[in-house]
Design a protein around this ligand. Structure first.
Ligand SMILES: C[S@@+](CC[C@H](N)C(=O)[O-])C[C@H]1O[C@@H](n2cnc3c(N)ncnc32)[C@H](O)[C@@H]1O
Length: 213
């Protein structure tokens, strides 16, 4: 297993890099299913980076408790700082999510925003099975990901953009994954069912709500 990519030096820059490339659209994806999370009580947030989504979820849902895991200490530090006064409902774990055992099951919410694309298909599959074991019956899993639509836009725009992103993250963080894993196949295999899928930027971004079947 390769070590996780090192995003420590990007922690302070990450949101500005995102704003310069995709404007508000990744944030729009992250917030897509916030309403559906309002009844959740215990969440597992994997690879949330600098914690903008975690802070938003803590503000939006005053009853939720969150276990957040990220391999980057600097990202995780930013995540805890952003949680501010809500940090008492947050446990932050600095670990490789591929090897980590979620400590406080059952979870009724799992969130992975632009994280599964840092893993290989085998790693997503193993992670999905781990998550299934700690998920409550009918738990929700909210997934945001890049996607390559099966059309001309996909071939001529989305594919080069996604390849460019992988190249950029390889240079910047040592990421060795080079292609999007088929996370849908992995989640299906682990016993999750797709409930809703919405897209942004002509299908380059997908926001999905999955249920533990
Ligand atoms: C592309 S960033 C995405 C951050 C955020 N979720 C977002 O929506 O922009 C990927 C995050 O996953 C973390 N990460 C990558 N591989 C990881 C692993 N194997 N275990 C834990 N965290 C990992 C990185 O440190 C980084 O913070």
């Amino acid at each position: 297993m390769n070590p996780p990519p090192d995003l420590d030096h990007l922690a302070g820059l990450y949101r500005w890099m995102e704003a310069a490339t995709f404007g508000p659209f990744l944030s729009v994806c992250r917030a897509e299913f916030l309403l559906e999370m309002s009844h959740c009580r215990r969440a597992l947030v994997l690879g949330d980076g600098d914690g903008r989504f975690t802070a938003r979820l803590l503000r939006a849902n005053p009853d939720i408790e969150i276990d957040a895991v990220d391999a980057s200490p600097a990202m995780l530090g930013a995540l805890v700082r952003r949680a501010g006064t809500h940090a008492c409902r947050l446990q932050a774990h600095c670990a490789d999510a591929r090897l980590w055992q979620p400590p406080r099951p059952p979870y009724d919410l799992v969130v992975t925003h632009f994280f599964l694309d840092f893993l290989t298909l085998d790693e997503v599959l193993a992670l999905a099975h781990t998550v299934r074991k700690v998920a409550a019956p009918s738990a929700r899993w909210v997934v945001s990901e890049f996607a390559i639509p099966a059309n001309r836009f996909g071939r001529f725009m989305a594919r080069p953009i996604v390849s460019g992103l992988y190249l950029g993250f390889h240079w910047l963080s040592g990421l060795t994954v080079k292609t999007l894993p088929d996370h849908s196949a992995a989640l299906n295999h682990a016993g999750f069912t797709l409930r809703t899928r919405r897209t942004r930027l002509a299908g380059l971004l997908s926001c999905e709500l999955w249920l533990a079947a």
